[in-house]
Design a binder for this molecule. Structure first.
Ligand SMILES: [Zn+2]
Length: 354
């Protein structure tokens, strides 16, 4: 008896492995290779449906990026190496991968909004959340999340999209793109001060967008319970008041305790927990529609195992060992309480629910 419907889509394609920033870099093809091996496991095969990507069109890229910047990226095609920024370099096929990464994310959005799948996870490279309108930055060429939102708005007429960024780093590109408008609510947890330097408490949006950027800057060493509590006490009340029509998630796994750069203490189960909270918000507001996309995460094994748990959660399977991870979450907020209070203090004038 097959009681699990395949309602979770996964975007994958071998061409994403062809973006190779070179020796000594962290954002390497091996990351996705390892995830793709996990996607081939029997259990994951039984709960997911593969989504084939397409290339984004020029018009789609121009929804977010400056035409001259798109030309600059096109110009790197076939070139051995181009240094776009101290962290960001291209190989001959990077342009193709980046173009396909955007198209993969857009296909994930389309299939979710057309009810072909309930939710989806785009396992693409290069990542996107640092990319600015006219500049590559922090391993990112095109801003996949911004493009997903603009596509959902223009093609499907959505008016309220929630973007949640749980990567270790602040999604500067997303914040800047939507900073002055209320049609996108950007919620980010990130280490601070840290690369890229943005994302302090008082960055709340401007003009009509004031209150629609919610930054939660954090010290090192935050764990599963801390992140779950931040989501539960800040994100959930705000999101339920905002009533998003779609949730877009920048899923980075560089807050994992094994990550070589993060300094945070998340585990695989912690990400499952965050995914469950997001799934519940989506279920309450928009029939469950949610699109995740891969951002950072540089310990290959931790990355693969974390993605596996998130996929299981997206597909509706129970979280393994849930009793353990909820321990301490309800009884005491501990060291995270001042952070919650600080964000509340700043944002309660925008959100009644806080
Ligand atoms: Zn990151």
């Amino acid at each position: 008896m097959d009681i699990i419907r395949k309602k979770t889509g996964v975007v994958r394609d071998p061409r994403y492995l062809c973006h190779d920033p070179g020796i000594g870099q962290m954002e390497v093809p091996r990351r996705l290779e390892s995830i793709y091996q996990m996607l081939d496991e029997e259990e994951i095969q039984s709960i997911t449906r593969t989504i084939a990507p397409r290339f984004a069109t020029l018009e789609e890229l121009e929804m977010v990026h400056d035409p001259r910047y798109i030309e600059l990226i096109l110009d790197t095609a076939g070139e051995q190496r181009r240094y776009l920024d101290p962290d960001t370099m291209t190989s001959p096929l990077s342009c193709e991968a980046a173009w396909l990464a955007v198209g993969g994310v857009l296909e994930a959005v389309r299939l979710v909004l057309e009810s072909e799948v309930e939710n989806s996870f785009a396992f693409v490279r290069p990542p996107g959340h640092h990319a600015e309108r006219n500049r590559a930055m922090g391993f990112c060429l095109f801003n996949n999340a911004c493009l997903a939102v603009e596509f959902a708005r223009r093609r499907f007429g959505l008016e309220r999209v929630l973007v949640v960024d749980w990567d270790l780093h602040h999604g500067n590109g997303i914040q800047h793109f939507f900073y002055e408008e209320p049609g996108t609510l950007f919620f980010s947890t990130h280490r601070f001060p840290f690369f890229p330097g943005t994302g302090d408490f008082d960055e709340v949006g401007r003009g009509r967008g004031e209150g629609f950027t919610v930054n939660v800057p954090l010290d090192a060493q935050k764990n599963d319970a801390d992140f779950a509590n931040l989501f539960r006490y800040l994100l959930v009340p705000i999101a339920l008041e905002y009533q998003p029509e779609l949730i877009v998630v920048c899923a980075g796994f560089d807050t994992h305790h094994e990550d070589p750069i993060g300094g945070m203490k998340m585990t695989e189960m912690g990400y499952a927990r965050l995914a469950k909270i997001l799934k519940d918000i989506a279920a309450a507001n928009c029939g469950g529609v949610m699109v995740m996309m891969l951002e950072g995460g540089y310990d290959v094994l931790a990355l693969r195992n974390s993605c596996r748990q998130v996929l299981r959660t997206l597909a509706g399977l129970p979280i393994e060992g849930e009793e353990k991870i909820t321990h301490g979450e309800d009884s005491s907020l501990g060291k995270i309480e001042p952070v919650i209070e600080r964000v509340r203090g700043i944002h309660k004038k925008y959100w009644r629910n806080l």
